[in-house]
Design a binder for this molecule. Structure first.
Ligand code: NAP
Length: 281
């Protein structure tokens, strides 16, 4: 069953988005790096650009970026992939890293994102996490201002608990449209009942990252058995489960077979019995 989502700016989102961690970037162990844990990787650019364009040609239109990914290089790869495409058909999300939340820094960071992406607005700007070591709250009025100016359309948070969301809603002029969370059929600890209730009450969408748990779902026998019964793959069952929950999964896939599978997962209907089994994996 296709579950398209309509945004307040009138765009229709394909039910499964495009993750970009590890596209145009990789991990780094360099302790002096500004983006600890991430650095650009220029090796696979052609294949990565091609994979994003392929995903878009098949109907996917929600692209999830972050300044952290590839230390901004991922934005550049996405920019190359979307060059010449109709901007209004795409929903582009980006995330502020902790070095960019301080007074006066958000605008400069967003300007850099726009330049690298080759666009003049972001559909979504997330605060990447509620870090303890920085005053991420400072970013909120700055994001409000960019939304007022139309440079950013939607405001999002990521890895925020209910308490973090509550605090944010007290400061922010604009609503939290989405919270991007680590959520998949094998990991349900953070997105629990209380979390769901809060998001539903406040119209906050849950965007599910690591939706196939970086391939770990492929190893589950329960998931494999359900997949066989649907003539599907374990990854497809994991995505179908997230769709059934009402979330927006954003798998990262470079391999075209993976991209095709992920798109086809929107057609899978899990039974009540499947869901019962998947509740306990
Ligand atoms: N907000 C945050 O803090 C946060 C944290 C982590 C991730 N994210 C976002 O969420 C996105 C997804 O998370 P993730 O990339 O960490 O993990 P993921 O999407 O669960 O896993 C990606 C891995 O799964 C493979 N894959 C994708 N579809 C598959 C399929 N149908 N069958 C088998 N393997 C498949 C990919 O392979 P190929 O690439 O070879 O196709 C890749 O190796 C990220 O890319 C990023 O945009 C956000």
């Amino acid at each position: 069953m296709m579950r398209y989502m309509k945004t307040k700016s009138g765009k229709t989102l394909f039910p499964i988005g495009i993750g970009t961690w590890n596209i145009g970037g990789t991990f780094t162990a360099d302790p002096g790096a500004k983006y600890k844990g991430a650095e650009p990787n220029y090796d696979n650019e052609a294949a990565e650009t091609e994979a994003i364009r392929y995903s878009i040609s098949k109907g996917q239109n929600h692209i999830d970026c972050a300044e952290l990914y590839g230390a901004f290089h991922t934005d550049e790869v996405v920019g190359q992939a979307i060059a010449g495409l109709k901007r209004e058909d795409l929903y582009i999300a980006d995330k502020l890293w902790k070095t960019s939340v301080g007074d006066g820094l958000v605008r400069a960071t967003v300007e850099q994102m726009l330049k690298k992406l080759g666009t003049d607005y972001l559909d979504m700007l997330y605060i990447h996490a509620p870090w303890d070591e920085v005053n991420w709250q400072e970013a909120i009025p700055q994001i409000d201002e960019l939304i007022d100016e139309g440079i950013v359309r939607d405001f999002g948070v990521s890895n925020f608990t209910v308490a973090d969301m509550e605090q944010t809603r007290k400061i922010a002029k604009h609503p939290i449209v989405a919270n991007q969370m680590n959520y998949n059929v094998l990991y349900k600890d953070e997105v629990n009942q209380e979390f769901w209730d809060y998001c539903r009450e406040n119209n906050i969408h849950i965007v599910a990252y690591q939706p196939v748990k970086r391939q770990e779902v492929l190893d589950s026998e329960v998931i494999q058995d359900i997949a066989k019964a649907h003539n599907a793959t374990a990854a497809q069952v994991a995505l179908a489960w997230l769709l059934t929950q009402g979330t927006l999964p954003i798998p990262k896939a470079i391999n075209k077979q993976h991209i095709d599978e992920n798109i086809a997962a929107t057609a899978i209907e899990l039974s009540a019995q499947d869901l019962e089994l998947l509740a306990d994996v």
